[in-house]
Design a protein around this ligand. Structure first.
Ligand SMILES: Nc1ncnc2c1ncn2[C@@H]1O[C@H](COP(=O)(O)OP(=O)(O)OP(=O)(O)O)[C@@H](O)[C@H]1O
Ligand SMILES: [Mg+2]
Length: 512
């Protein structure tokens, strides 16, 4: 028996200035199945999803829903037909609360006019409990970490009534193992209810586990469609990038030098009592890649932010090359030799109104000045070289940063940090949304810098990835260091075990 089609795209093209993002693409969405879309960064995945969700209009071609051609005029139009989307770039309003975001545009009324706040709070609680992530509904979104925002995005789409098609554009890019499991259970449940799911991810194992069908895009064109049960990971890599080198071990022999950074008794008090980070101490040597692993809310991002001087309420004894320093602000820390690649590329990593090129050299402009003059040629050469090294897919480096695909924006965030040539590089989820081929490029560069004597601290939520690159890993759980592993001790099992220690879940907590 062949599966029933729910949505189809026929001969869909999308032209942006300077880019043919999609070229005559046919795409099938099977009813009650998980339909995976894969392709390198910039292949056209998000563009196709935006067309199916009514956000963008196709330049040519047709979209059919249940066999009937539809013309979606906007997201509301799509949502009325039961199509919901979880965006790759988080789309929440930072100044509003979780509940306000979830019910934005579909507010419940009481007696016809009054917004039913109580109802929103109750429903929000229910949705978040279903996602096993009890964030308080009144928490402002600006207090949430990227991973938590991702959960709120998911809840927001789940709040939509009569959902038939659910598009998930990299829903797990900031989630770690335990949180991915919860989402997968939810996906299975939705699939069981006959909801058609479109799932995009660069995490290949996820695709093999959750997918029923897979469609491959390359350079805006359809490469093919297969049933997941007929393929394997080498097939995915081959059809995405043209070769099937799937070994994930980025470790390189490199000299490890003297201690470059020492952190003693790093403490960040939590508002309302307790600690977000509870007396954490560690040292980092030149050339070493130190991984930090932990679940959402473990304090992994805050640890990096405290080193960068972003939390004035923290206390920390810190020594850089043996000299005591006080982290008071980001700019001071950058000048002392720290570079920070933040997890939230939209809010902290990029200036959205600037061009690709300007964003890249924003933190290192002093390298390209002589007196009051900007050394354009030197700056240009650095930018061109970095675009090539990281294979950033740009039509023109002077275009706005928002014209890049998600993964390519992330590569610009990485360039911005490494162009400052720091002594200590702090990477928070550097490969978020980066495709399998480009991950190897990013880690090659990280290794190159380590080999030159830079000290590197890396937060990564994908288990396999942190294992493949880190020399040593500190595990955080609930703000405490619950383990430290190096060499052969680093296994998936030992990491999962240590990251669950002392973890309290199921309790409604205010994140802030
Ligand atoms: N608003 C825009 N203006 C100009 N070009 C754009 C715009 N949006 C996307 N593009 C271009 O269209 C192409 C496809 O981008 P898209 O975001 O669909 O890629 P993707 O497959 O989702 O990649 P990723 O895995 O990095 O998210 C890219 O070359 C991108 O630069
Ligand atoms: Mg995308």
């Amino acid at each position: 028996m062949t599966d029933d089609l729910c949505v189809t795209a026929r001969g869909v093209s999308k032209i942006y200035p300077g880019t043919l993002a999609l070229h005559k693409v046919d795409f099938n969405v099977y009813r009650g199945k998980v339909n995976v879309v894969i392709g390198e960064n910039g292949a056209g995945k998000s563009t196709l999803m935006k067309i199916l969700a009514g956000i963008e209009q196709p330049s040519e071609g047709a979209i059919c829903l249940n066999g009937e051609e539809i013309h979606l005029k906007g997201t509301r139009d799509a949502s009325e037909r039961g199509i919901g989307i979880i965006h790759q770039e988080l789309n929440l309003f930072p100044n509003l609360t979780v509940a306000q975001n979830i019910f934005m545009g579909r507010e419940n009324t009481q007696y016809g006019v009054i917004l039913d706040h109580k109802k929103h709070i109750e429903k929000t609680k229910m949705l978040l409990e279903r996602l096993e992530h009890p964030i308080h509904p009144d928490t402002p979104v600006s207090d949430l970490r990227v991973g938590q925002q991702q959960i709120v995005e998911i809840a927001k789409t789940m709040a939509q009534q009569d959902l038939h098609v659910l598009i998930m554009d990299e829903p797990t890019s900031s989630l770690s193992t335990a949180e991915v499991e919860v989402l997968f259970r939810l996906i299975e449940e939705l699939r069981g209810q006959g909801i058609s799911i479109i799932y995009i991810s660069h995490r290949l194992e996820e695709i093999m586990r959750i997918g029923d069908y897979v469609t491959v895009l390359r350079d805006g064109k359809l490469v093919g469609e297969e049933k997941v049960k007929n393929i394997d990971i080498p097939w995915i890599v081959r059809s995405m990038v043209g070769h099937s080198d799937t070994k994930m071990n980025y470790k390189q022999e490199k000299p490890i030098g003297d201690e470059i950074l020492r952190v003693e008794s790093l403490t960040l008090p939590r508002r309302g009592g307790g600690y977000t980070l509870d007396h954490i101490s560690f040292s980092l040597r030149a050339g070493e890649i130190l991984g930090i692993y932990g679940l959402l809310g473990s304090g992994r991002t805050e640890l990096i932010e405290c080193i960068m001087g972003m939390h004035p309420e923290s206390t920390i004894d810190m020594y850089l090359e043996g000299k005591k320093i006080k982290p008071t602000s980001i700019w001071e820390q950058i000048q002392k030799g720290f570079a920070h690649i933040p997890e939230d590329r939209q809010r902290e990593g990029l200036v959205q109104t600037l061009s690709i090129a300007r964003n890249m050299t924003l933190a290192s402009l002093w390298n390209y000045t002589k007196g009051i003059h900007l050394l354009h040629k030197k700056e240009d050469d650095s930018i061109t070289k970095t675009i090539k090294d990281l294979e950033i897919k740009v039509a023109d480096k002077n275009l706005p940063i928002l014209s890049l695909s998600g993964g390519n924006q992330q590569k610009v965030v990485i360039s911005k940090g490494i162009l400052t040539s720091p002594k200590v590089l702090l990477l928070d989820e550097p490969t978020r949304g980066i495709d399998v081929g480009a991950k190897a490029d990013v880690f090659k560069i990280v290794n190159k810098f380590a080999a030159q004597g830079m000290g590197i601290i890396l937060v990564a939520s994908e288990l396999k990835e942190i294992i493949a690159i880190a020399d040593r890993i500190i595990i955080l759980s609930n703000g405490q260091a619950t383990g430290e592993l190096s060499g052969d001790e680093i296994t998936e099992e030992s990491l999962v075990k240590a990251s669950g220690k002392g973890h309290t879940s199921g309790k409604l907590e205010n994140i802030s």
